[in-house]
Design a protein around this ligand. Structure first.
Ligand code: SF4
Length: 378
């Protein structure tokens, strides 16, 4: 039995026994809840007395894989347990990363012009957002981005294109540029080029790409509600191609697209199954002109619980606070770095991030250190 002594029913109320689990809570795991507001600390059947999140963290550190019900319990916990949840998630994070922060720098190497219809994306064929549209940037611009990544103390330079998948010309350009970047800079290279075939993945690996980003974005059931031009399974297949080619997997999602807590837990556990090395967590920036422009149901505390969920589910993996952190975590941004150990520094694909100096100050104020190491097991 897990430390939360829970079952896996779709809608359950789980009571634990203090004698056996150091816990005296009743946690609602109502799967109908969506993000933030509905499940934001006011569920009527939650007794907040003494849920033992630290014990769950200890159990995870001893090898326990959290269950669906435990994942739902984290998301459904009342706000007066938020600091306990964050402290427990920090205990896990500290085991693998101590107080280090890994920084990432993103280059939108091809913007707009995408034939897909992802409803959250300002670059999709159905988006009316007034964004810059351009084809693959030239070598000079991509090399300049690499220098900027170095200047910003980034461990990884992420080269992203908007596309269903890369064209032959784009793959060839990557094959040419990546060795040049790696010869000049001590940078990890992550590419995000859309869906990949086995053969394309092998070519990326051969030219020096360390890692490929391809986000699951949401849970499998919710996927068809946010995109109709490709499937969740298509994305999984690309991640399998990446793994088979011998590269690391970077895959995460976007919170706040109308998904249920169950969808989110499913995504967290799917990423565990895939053994994704790197998990970027975005919070929907509802961009005007996209189908999700009116979607707005996140609270800072829910976003923090979601980050904790991903840490509990993927204890030793990089959890990166990504797009939308400034909007949805707001004044609680620093707390996000207790479960997470990584962040982007600078702007996102089509939206602005906060100034790098503000990020450096936040890291310094937390007493954390920027690192280029993979892990820091203590
Ligand atoms: S495939 Fe990528 S770039 Fe294209 S619409 Fe979807 S998220 Fe946007």
């Amino acid at each position: 039995m897990s430390p939360l002594q829970s079952n896996n029913s779709t809608t359950s109320s789980t009571t634990t026994d203090c004698e056996t689990s150091n816990c005296c809570s009743t946690v609602s795991t109502d799967n109908s809840a969506t993000n933030g507001t509905a499940n934001n600390g006011i569920d009527s059947d939650i007794d907040t007395a003494c849920y033992n999140w630290e014990k769950l963290a200890d159990s995870v550190l001893a090898g326990h894989a959290i269950t669906y019900a435990e994942g739902e319990a984290i998301l459904g916990a009342p706000d007066n347990q938020l600091l306990s949840i964050l402290a427990a998630s920090y205990k896990i994070r500290h085991r693998y990363f101590a107080n280090t922060i890994q920084l990432y720098f993103l280059m939108n190497a091809k913007s707009g012009l995408c034939p897909e219809d992802c409803s959250y994306c300002s670059q999709s064929k159905i988006s009316k957002a007034p964004i810059e549209k351009y084809n693959l940037l030239n070598r000079e611009k991509i090399m300049a981005g690499a220098q900027e990544a170095v200047d910003r103390q980034s461990k990884t330079y992420c080269i992203v294109i908007s596309a269903r998948g890369p064209s032959e010309r784009e793959i060839q350009a990557i094959e040419k540029m990546v060795p040049e970047i790696k010869e000049k800079h001590d940078l990890h290279i992550c590419t995000s080029l859309g869906l990949l075939t086995d053969e394309q993945a092998i070519r990326l690996k051969a030219c020096g790409v360390d890692r490929v980003n391809h986000n699951l974005n949401t849970g499998p059931t919710h996927y068809e509600k946010i995109c109709t031009t490709h499937t969740f399974e298509d994305r999984i297949n690309t991640l399998h191609s990446v793994r088979k080619a011998g590269m690391e997997i970077c895959s995460g999602g976007i919170i706040g697209m109308g998904e249920t807590t169950t969808d989110l837990v499913e995504m967290a556990l799917k990423l565990r199954e895939l053994e994704a090395e790197s998990i970027p967590i975005n919070f929907l920036n509802a961009i005007d002109g996209t189908p999700l422009e009116k979607q707005d149901d996140l609270s800072p505390s829910y976003c923090l619980k979601a980050l904790a969920l991903f840490r509990f589910a993927n204890p030793s993996r990089e959890i990166r606070i990504s797009g939308g952190r400034e909007i949805h975590l707001r004044s609680l941004q620093p707390l996000g770095l207790y479960p997470a150990n990584s962040m982007f520094v600078g702007d996102y694909l089509t939206t602005d991030g906060q100034l790098p100096e503000q990020d450096y100050q936040m890291i310094k104020d937390l007493g954390f250190q920027i690192t280029k190491n993979e892990t820091y097991e203590v």
